[in-house]
Design a protein around this ligand. Structure first.
Ligand code: SF4
Length: 342
């Protein structure tokens, strides 16, 4: 038997399953213990050290820590690790005394950070206290990137984003909003000591279906549509809406559609209900708001009348699993469900 390797923190992370499963290796037991003692500010700071945006993550994290939680071995549900992060964030009070002080010393190194989302803000959070002069560039007017513009505010209120991006900017980080970087050559010519590119993935995935281009006026791409709502380019939607997809973005779109005037909003998903990518509580929320989830259907065609969207043609499928790999097998002919026509 090989001796235990304790030369890296990995060993200690692994011993705590939830901490190991968290991509940021947040010390989960430590902060939950602090919450149990009512020490919310300290619990928040344990999170802040590890994942920078506890208030936002407490509302949005995909929480891979929870399936790893050992509590689920003796009880039906794991500890609500993610929601407890929000508890710490909502009850922390004034944490000014816990945050690093804005440094007056500089090491004369200038860092340009492209993109004002979580990646650049995290780099700036770590470098600014060391004396680096960090400048973040973003095409949007305010810091936060996709956290601000592509997550609906009924899930993350804007004041939470202002607060948590503010903690980073207050460390002495310059933010140049409304400044889109289109040329790396021009940026590099400005003599920065280092450039960090954290541009994110702000574009969604399109579907190359017959009829898609013809009916484009009434077809929207998930994250881009959510951004259009934030920028107030979109303020309403038709009464009948089909959302294709079963992840958290699809859920956000369906819930947003309900708020913008959608009366008959349906999510159509190719996987089974239990296999959907969206989290269980997201599925509960969307159904509670009156959205119907239709599973085991694959979109095959957008139908239209001279470019006016009239429906979506779906093929029923069955999920067949072999060696853990899923294959979708046709379960019948394609048809235009009356529920999916206009
Ligand atoms: S909720 Fe997210 S950030 Fe928090 S411990 Fe779990 S995986 Fe990590």
């Amino acid at each position: 038997m090989k001796p235990t390797d304790i030369s890296t923190p990995d060993h200690f992370h692994r011993v705590v399953d939830c901490q190991w499963a968290c991509p940021a290796h947040t010390p989960v037991p430590q902060y939950i213990g602090l919450i149990a003692e009512g020490r919310y500010a300290e619990a928040y700071m344990v999170n802040w050290e590890a994942n920078v945006f506890p208030g936002i993550l407490g509302r949005t994290c995909d929480r891979p820590c929870e399936p790893a939680c050992r509590r689920a071995r003796v009880e039906k549900e794991p500890v609500a690790i993610c929601r407890l992060k929000r508890v710490a964030a909502d009850h922390k009070g004034d944490i000014a005394g816990y945050l690093p002080e804005r440094t007056t010393k500089t090491n004369d190194k200038r860092i340009a950070l492209v993109g004002g989302g979580p990646a650049s803000l995290t780099v700036a959070r770590d470098l600014a206290p060391l004396g680096y002069q960090c400048t973040i560039f973003d095409g949007d007017p305010k810091a936060g990137g996709m956290m601000r513009t592509r997550i609906p505010h009924f899930r993350v209120p804007e004041h939470v984003i202002d607060e948590e991006t503010g903690y980073v900017l207050d460390l002495g980080v310059a933010f140049r909003g409304g400044t889109r970087i289109d040329s790396m050559k021009t940026l590099l010519a400005e003599g920065w000591d280092a450039v960090f590119v954290g541009a994110g993935a702000p574009h969604g995935q399109d579907l190359a279906l017959p009829g898609r281009n013809e009916a484009h006026a009434n077809i929207h791409i998930g994250v881009e549509w959510l951004a259009s709502i934030w920028f107030k380019h979109v303020t309403r939607i038709g009464k009948r809406v089909v959302v294709i997809g079963g992840g958290n973005t699809a859920i956000d779109c369906a819930r947003s559609a309900r708020r913008l005037g959608g009366e008959d909003v349906r999510m159509v998903v190719r996987s089974r209900f239990g296999d959907m990518k969206a989290l269980a509580w997201e599925k509960d929320d969307v159904q509670r708001e009156g959205v119907v989830i239709c599973n085991d259907l694959v979109p095959r065609e957008i139908t239209h009348d001279n470019g006016r969207l009239t429906g979506v043609n779906f093929e029923p499928v069955t999920s067949v699993f072999e060696n853990g790999k899923r294959t979708l097998v046709s379960a019948g002919p394609c048809n235009i469900s009356p529920a999916m026509t206009w």
